[in-house]
Design a protein around this ligand. Structure first.
Ligand code: HSE
Length: 382
């Protein structure tokens, strides 16, 4: 196997190090913004030499972000090269287009590291979905936010200090807004839903609320209820398609999600046959992600792969049928919030059960009046 590596950052360098010790895989090119004189591979800043070199059979894209990654991946597939990527933004946005292009060109498109980092989650999800399509997937998909929430809870760390530590450890996205606003989790749950439910969901139709506005008072409110805060992505099958949303959740201390510390991820899947399976591991970081990328290369090399999913029917998101109780901290008086409030806790309130779509719609409205809002679903017994 003759590989070109696009991107030489945290994960890219990890992949390069592992591949140098992997028999029968040669890294011929490294593409980066700047030239590297100290590597054995040919260092380039332009994709054309890679596309024109017929001996390169596989391109590993680890640049991240939508562009120029999409342009490069599309050109590589078009040139008849396999593509391995860890780019959840790219796969979430261009799921159908890139999957169809790979099929048309009879090459592999592998993106196991895009969801769950070091956990071979997507491979197992696609295997499970063949025999017993899931009813529900729920999980901690983002290492940075889990690191922040765990540090705020266990070490009483300030939000900014915990975020900086996650950035220094190389977990966070180049723009950490994608982590703390929940977009990274959203992209991962949408990709998982596409595979699980055999269709394609539009991330713009989902509901999303991250942890940017969380304060110590919220962690303390969860503690006073005997609960722990985690950021969850959820996809649940409905008659018309699926309910898909990302939001903080207050969970029982004995929930398997509450036990997830540092940058680790945990994804649960419920299927009619296997009531509840859990997948746990490092969801971010150089070597866990790099090993998954290299394993995708080895799977291509062994040539016995099926596509993760082969159905590209557009499916609907409907978050009006799933309801929860919520913890809401809102510094302004609001008639809707009063009408759904059951009791007070710390600086916030607990609501009666309300549909996910209603909570998110009102949160958007309230955020226009005050940037201080925070909410979390109350998820006990899970
Ligand atoms: N920023 C991501 C995370 C990297 O923290 O999980 C892995 O996708």
């Amino acid at each position: 196997m003759n590989v070109a590596l696009l991107g030489f950052g945290t994960v890219g360098y990890g992949v390069y190090e592992i591949l140098r010790k992997t028999p029968d895989i040669k890294v011929s090119y490294v593409l980066d913004l700047k030239k590297h004189d100290d590597i054995e591979a040919i260092s380039v800043t332009d994709i054309d030499p890679i596309l024109n070199d017929k001996s390169v059979d596989t391109v590993i894209e680890l640049i991240g972000g939508l562009q120029p990654a999409k342009k490069f991946v599309t050109a590589a597939l078009e040139a008849g090269k396999n593509v391995v990527t860890a780019n959840k933004f790219l796969i979430c946005e261009s799921f159908t287009e890139l999957s169809k292009k790979a099929k048309e060109k009879n090459v592999y498109l592998r993106y196991t590291a895009a969801v769950g980092g070091g956990i071979p989650w997507l491979i197992n999800l696609s295997r499970l979905s063949r025999l017993s399509p899931p009813d529900k997937i729920s999980g901690i998909f983002n290492g940075t936010t889990n690191y922040i929430l765990d540090s705020m809870e266990s070490e009483k760390a300030e939000f900014d200090v915990a975020l900086k530590a996650a950035q220094d450890l190389g977990f966070a996205e180049a723009d950490p807004s994608a982590d703390i606003d929940g977009l990274d989790t959203l992209r991962k749950i949408v990709i998982s839903a596409n595979i699980a439910f055999g269709g394609v969901f539009d991330s713009n139709d989902t509901d999303l609320f991250g942890i940017r506005r969380i304060k110590k008072a919220d962690i303390e409110a969860a503690e006073s209820l005997g609960l722990v805060c985690r950021l969850l992505g959820t996809a649940e099958k409905t008659e018309s398609g699926a309910s898909i949303f990302v939001e903080p959740a207050f969970l029982d201390k004995n929930s398997p999600f509450a036990a997830v510390k540092k940058n680790f991820n945990r994804i649960s899947i419920s299927t009619p046959l296997d009531e509840n399976l859990g997948f746990y591991g490092a969801g971010a970081g150089r070597y866990p992600t790099a090993f998954t990328v290299v394993n995708d290369c080895l799977d291509i090399k062994s040539g016995s792969l099926e596509a993760y999913s082969s159905s590209f029917e557009e499916k609907c998101v409907d978050n009006s049928k799933i309801s929860h109780k919520y913890y809401v901290r809102c510094p302004i008086a609001d008639a809707w919030l009063s009408s759904v409030t059951e009791k007070s806790v710390g600086e916030g309130v607990i609501t009666k059960e309300i549909p996910v779509s209603e909570m998110h719609k009102n949160a958007k409205r309230l955020l226009n009046e005050s940037d201080e809002l925070f909410f979390a679903e109350i998820k006990v017994g899970v």
